[in-house]
Write a protein that binds this ligand. Sequence first.
Ligand SMILES: *Cc1c(COP(=O)(O)O)cnc(C)c1O
Length: 388
Amino acid sequence: MALIEMLQQNLAQRHAANLYRQRQVLDSPQGVVVEVDGRRYVNFSSNDYLGLANHPEVVRAFRAGAAQWGVGSGAAHLVTGHQAPHHALEEELAEFTGRSRALLFSTGYMANLGVVSALLGRGDTVYEDRLNHASLVDAGLLSRARLRRYRHTDATQLHEQLAQVCGGNKLIVTDGVFSMDGDLAPLPKLAHLALQHGAWLMVDDAHGLGVLDKMGRGSLAHYQLNSTQVPVLMGTLGKAFGTFGAFVAGSEELIETLIQQARSYIYTTALPPAVAEATRTSLRLVQAESWRREKLLSLVTRFRTGAAQLGHNLPVSETPIQPLLLGDAANALQVSQRLREAGILISAIRPPTVPEGSARLRITFCAEHTEEQVDGLLDALATCRVSP
Ligand SMILES: *Cc1c(COP(=O)(O)O)cnc(C)c1O
């Protein structure tokens, strides 16, 4: 079969199964109101939880960074791409997370691939929550370690898996806050199991950093876990921080090992220094402006209370990620479309991003949303007759 024919068939099948994915073009900056096809929508589908992606101070730092440092870093970190802004940001991230060192990566996806494959190889085992982010699953596969997946947040099953003798090193890897569900990993239990079984624990806190804890230090601070209990912390900068990139924080030895061995760190261009400068400003805002987290929490509470009155039984989530489960992909698409007609943008999340039969609207809140916008969403859910 010719390539093009095979592709046509695959695409047609995807269409028929309501799994075809399409991008929409935003004609505005990221924000709580965005413009698509000449129409404005209230946006409940971004990860810019604190509203920093288009914050004037962050934009100003980015501009000043470009004026001073140019645009491209011009090389990988180990060649000549590691500039003073990258280095300063790493030091500030280490301090923020209370760890000896931090290492910048170009994306979170690359950070995860780099860490897991630097720490594990053939003969080792990686243990992963079933609902871990795709990049963590891919990281496990790339490392060539044995991959064991345990039921979502099920420490009992993890315990059974860890108890099976299999030799080699063991790494438990989990999202801190699950990206499509908004719930927290049972980190104290996982830390306890790690200690008990001589395993290492790695937390990907893409959705916890900036959001959880009074200072925004994420799920480890929320549970008061230290760097002995969780030696590997990964965070992303494109979500609550509103910029781009990612980092790993940990001991001197961990970071030096990654510099030597993490291929997705070594063989790629350093991110633009102006992005690092912008992130330094957003890191300062994340810590200083705790009102953003308080506001988020009050919006989430308002939404959950209203949704319960409409008869929606939302899964437990204390974070700005509030999934509305709708079952099959066709239903999720239809509801997303009806909300869109009402001026609300929430994309339908379908398999394979989420398990079969759990298609959903992944509703996310931002500190810049108003109470009126949340009430508008509740009204739309009621008038669009989204069945609970
Ligand atoms: C978004 C995300 C990533 C990937 O980060 P990028 O910087 O967007 O590549 C990794 N892990 C989790 C849990 C995420 O939500």
